[in-house]
Design a protein around this ligand. Structure first.
Ligand code: BGC
Length: 920
């Protein structure tokens, strides 16, 4: 009998041991590990208990699922006794495998609920007295409170529930709570603010304790985009509640209220776009410890603020059902927080830039990154060091900052004059940069005077892609860096200029690639709520979420459609049916809105009256009509909604939306297809959308493919697509017999192309194909970001087609993996890995010694269909032996130049004799 499977990676709502779960029926997932082929789960049993001891003793006093005959190992809903607020549930799972052998019990895991009722919140919003203006900021308030803990009844457990309107750094007895930054994150604060929960047991002590908080302006009242400050409110505020459980079981709660005191300290300005200014001479040593004499230092009582109509999630849902409009909701954090994930040191000693009266110094970190720097400096008290940040250099070797528009992204540090030297790192700002220009530095800085600290939403890495072409490997690195830098609580367009907004179109085009590189399920669960919060009464999804209303309520084609495309993609990649269910009504309202706002009669030329969106944004010398894009995306969204209705088992809705999609498809053909079967608008993007969204009759497809290929040819094997067409371009080519053209575009190094920027030394994805060119220099500085992930959407094709890891929409989350590498172009090898929710998937091929050699791994409890490219299926071997008889492998058919097999889980090596069949 083979070994039993081992269980690992227990997750609750995507997180290991999460604090602050607010859903009533959290979903539990686990992975299996086994060293044999065909390992799979046939049954599971979950035990959930109120305490560790109970669970250890097998007393499942909250829930015993019993042995459930099922292969489900993802998203099993908790169905035990409902939990109250602040309650911990311990759980473990065992599974039975294909031989009905039971696994050893998993490790013990837990989740803990947040504050589930409005009445649990007893704290008040507090803040400082100073108020800035639309352009003027004021220093960051420091807040503090002390309290005593009876040494005879010490603390057994302590939880901090905390949030801010603005940003907070919370401290207890001199130490920062948690490792998160830019908390509580960005939501539409008129509607919702997230709170975080921390286990702070270890930070407390018997006797006197001190709580402290520093508040930054953040998105709440600092600069957002280019319109100035105070988008949501006039000053930052804190809401905090510390729950203490004592050794004797008694509980006490310390809350933010009028008993706290406040002062202004060294943080003179803290703004996400402008930067941070810190005067170390104004530090108040010990302010966050119990010994500090606040009175002597002039601390004053805080201001308290009326609750801005706070509602708690569950109650707000009820209110939504009853139609009563709720004000701001307090939501438990759903996505990952922003953390510092890496440090980067300069690649060369700082360069001196002559300036009067003192030189500036330029540091090159070698990587365009997002975050901030740690400064090391020693010098006279009162010296101010100024740090400026930029992504590129001008021809004269100085910092290029024109593309920042009004965002100053400048930090100031004024020395206290410490003889031992000083180290400073800002905490309420972030910058997009590769270069740092330092002015006013006392003396000549050492190379380690600057360290880059990389910040982003801490989405765990899940994917790798590498191949035999170093340029493509750099492209992959650029894509991932673009993702890291722009996933900062919301998916943003760029991290440097006065924008940094959650543009919906950008997120929609990139999400599939993002889900290869990193686990973005929880991140997009959170953002889908931002989209829902921003949906208009009429049903429109916005251009930006959270919506700052700089453009309006309707995102237009390919932007608004993010409201459907993003949850659908998260469903495909992670099997998240609940996300679909939760937002289903919103999606229906959206499609209804599109239908209702079309002018009379087909073919829906301007689905939103005068507003037809951003078109194929930043395309090159090719104008795709905006109405064509609108009709195409209406068909696409209607079709996806039909599929979503199917998943949610709503057959009538599915029929209705399929009907709508068919109707729009017909309208598309009537309007845009000539009698000769050609597209009336023949841009690359028009062809790509028509083909990818299946909008034209089969008989017309070959002509449209031909139009596309000849347009690419006419442009010297170059693309002309913008944000909308680019993500599908290579897919359309490889799916329609034009693999060679897809590779020719991929390898192209002249602009416009994916590799042009790489050949120019780019370390992130540029906003524009021609952000900088040899002949023209910099593009218009008004819109020229060098860290915009949208064109990184090619990453999906690298993983899914070049390496060949794809999914089966009918068995999502890679329950059934479709492995079909498409070797071609200059490549002699490619390798991708994806740590899926079932475990690691590997596709690793090379052309070697006259053979195609392909290593494949499929995780337990998943299966695969693999396509081995070959002329001669009889030549295919597995692990050196003829395939027939190999365990776990079943021949299915020969198709399209490949031998196709069904695979059980496990690791395999296939070989097939070269030459490869000609690509189709
Ligand atoms: C943003 C884009 C966005 C676009 C919409 C730009 O300013 O940077 O990424 O999608 O506006 O037009």
């Amino acid at each position: 009998m083979p070994d039993a499977a081992r269980l690992y990676a227990l997750r609750c709502e995507y997180a290991p041991n999460p604090l602050g779960i607010a859903v009533a029926r959290p979903r539990l997932s686990w992975k299996l590990q086994a060293d044999r082929r065909g390992a799979r789960q046939t049954a599971y049993q979950i035990l959930v208990a109120t305490s560790l001891d109970a669970l250890r003793a097998d007393r499942a006093d909250l829930w015993d699922s019993g042995k459930v005959a099922s292969d489900q190992s993802l998203h099993v809903e908790y169905a035990g006794t409902p939990l109250g607020s602040s309650q911990r549930a311990w759980w473990r799972v065992r599974v039975w495998d294909e031989n009905d052998v039971v696994s050893p019990d998993s490790e013990l895991a837990w989740w803990e609920t947040g504050l589930l009722a409005r009445s649990d919140w007893r704290a008040e919003w507090i803040g400082g007295a100073l108020v800035g203006g639309p352009r003027t900021s004021v220093p960051a308030p420091y807040l503090r409170k002390t309290f005593g803990v009876e040494p005879t009844n010490p603390i057994a457990a302590a939880r901090l529930y905390v949030t801010a309107l603005g940003l907070y750094e919370f401290r207890i007895n001199g130490r920062k709570v948690g490792e998160d930054f830019l908390t509580p994150g960005w939501t539409d604060y008129n509607k919702r603010v997230q709170y975080q929960v921390y286990d702070v047991t270890d930070l407390l002590q018997p006797g006197e304790n001190a709580l402290g908080a520093v508040l930054g302006d953040g998105w709440y009242c600092g600069n957002v985009e280019w319109r100035g400050r105070q988008l949501y409110g006039d000053r930052p505020k804190l809401l905090a509640q510390l729950h203490l459980t004592h050794a004797d079981g008694a509980t006490t709660v310390v809350v933010s209220d009028g008993s706290w005191t406040t002062a202004y300290g060294p943080v003179l300005e803290a703004d996400l776009l402008m930067g941070e200014a810190y005067d170390a001479r104004l530090e108040m040593p010990g302010w966050d410890t119990p010994d500090f004499d606040a009175d002597a230092h002039g601390w004053r009582p805080v201001q308290t603020f009326a609750a801005p109509g706070m509602e708690i999630e569950a109650e707000a849902q009820t209110a939504a059902e009853t139609g009563v409009k709720t004000a701001m909701e307090l939501s438990a954090m759903r996505g990952p927080t922003v953390r510092a994930t890496q440090e980067i040191t300069p690649v060369a000693p700082p360069k001196e830039i002559a300036k009067w009266p003192l030189p500036d110094y330029l540091f090159d970190l070698g990587q365009n990154m997002v975050g901030r720097v740690r400064l090391k400096v020693k010098g006279p008290r009162g010296t101010t060091v100024v740090l400026r940040f930029g992504e590129m250099l001008k021809p004269n070797g100085t910092l290029y900052t024109e593309n920042l528009r009004t965002a100053l992204q400048t930090d100031h540090y004024t020395l206290r004059g410490d003889e031992a030297g000083e180290v400073w790192e800002p905490r309420f700002t972030f910058h997009g940069f590769r270069y740092v220009q330092v002015a006013g530095y006392p003396g000549k800085p050492e190379p380690d005077a600057i360290t880059g600290v990389v910040l982003h939403s801490d989405t765990p890495p899940t994917g790798t892609f590498a191949c035999s072409d170093p340029l493509l490997n750099q492209l992959q690195s650029n894509i991932d860096w673009g993702q890291r830098g722009n996933f900062v609580d919301v998916p943003t367009d760029c991290p440097q200029r006065d924008e940094r907004l959650g543009w919906t179109g950008d997120a929609q085009v990139f999400i599939r690639t993002a889900a290869f590189n990193r686990d973005v399920a929880a991140f997009f669960n959170k953002w889908q709520q931002d989209l829902a919060d921003a949906q208009s009464e009429a049903g429109a999804y916005p251009p930006i979420a959270p919506n700052t209303n700089v453009v309006g309520a309707d995102g237009g084609p390919a932007w608004a459609d993010a409201g459907i495309i993003c949850p659908w993609t998260i469903y495909l990649c992670y099997g998240d049916t609940r996300l679909l269910a939760e937002h289903y009504d919103g999606m229906k309202r959206f499609v209804q809105f599109l239908v209702e706002t079309k002018p009379d009669g087909p073919p829906f030329p301007h689905r939103r009256g005068g507003w037809s969106g951003f078109g194929d944004w930043l395309s090159i010398n090719a104008e795709t009509p905006t109405d064509l894009i609108g009709v195409a995306f209406l068909a696409h969204s209607a079709r996806l909604l039909a599929r979503i209705a199917d998943v949610l088992q709503k057959p009538e809705d599915a029929a209705r939306y399929n009907g709508l999609a068919d109707e729009v498809k017909q309208a598309f053909a009537n309007r845009y297809l000539t009698p000769a079967g050609l597209l009336a608008a023949s841009t690359q993007t028009a062809c790509v959308l028509a083909l990818h969204f299946d909008l034209i009759p089969p008989g017309s497809r070959p002509q449209v493919v031909q139009t596309l290929v000849s347009d690419i040819g006419k442009r010297g094997t170059r693309l002309s697509t913008g944000f909308v067409g680019s993500p599908y371009l290579a897919h359309v080519l490889s799916e329609n017999g034009q693999l060679a053209t897809a590779y020719a575009l991929l390898h192209q190094t002249q602009w416009p192309s994916w590799l042009y920027a790489v050949t120019q030394g780019a370390t992130t994805i540029w906003e524009r194909w021609d952000g900088w060119t040899e002949d023209k220099g910099f593009q218009d500085a008004g819109m020229n970001s060098f860290n915009h992930y949208a064109y990184g959407a090619i990453g999906d094709w690298l993983y899914a087609r070049v390496a060949g890891i794809d999914l089966d929409p009918d068995r999502p989350a890679y329950k059934h993996v479709v492995m079909r590498p498409r070797p071609g172009g200059k490549l002699t090898s490619a390798r991708a890995t994806l740590d899926s929710m079932y475990g690691p998937i590997v596709s690793d091929w090379k052309l070697e010694d006259g053979a195609f050699v392909w290593n494949v791994a499929i995780p337990p409890n998943a299966t695969a269909t693999v396509w081995v490219p070959t002329h001669d299926p009889a030549s295919v071997r597995e692990n050196g032996q003829p395939v027939a008889g190999a365990s776990g492998v079943d021949f299915l058919r020969e198709e399209d130049g490949a031998a196709v097999y069904a695979l059980a889980s496990g690791t395999y090596q296939f070989t097939a004799q070269l030459p490869l069949p000609s690509p189709s």
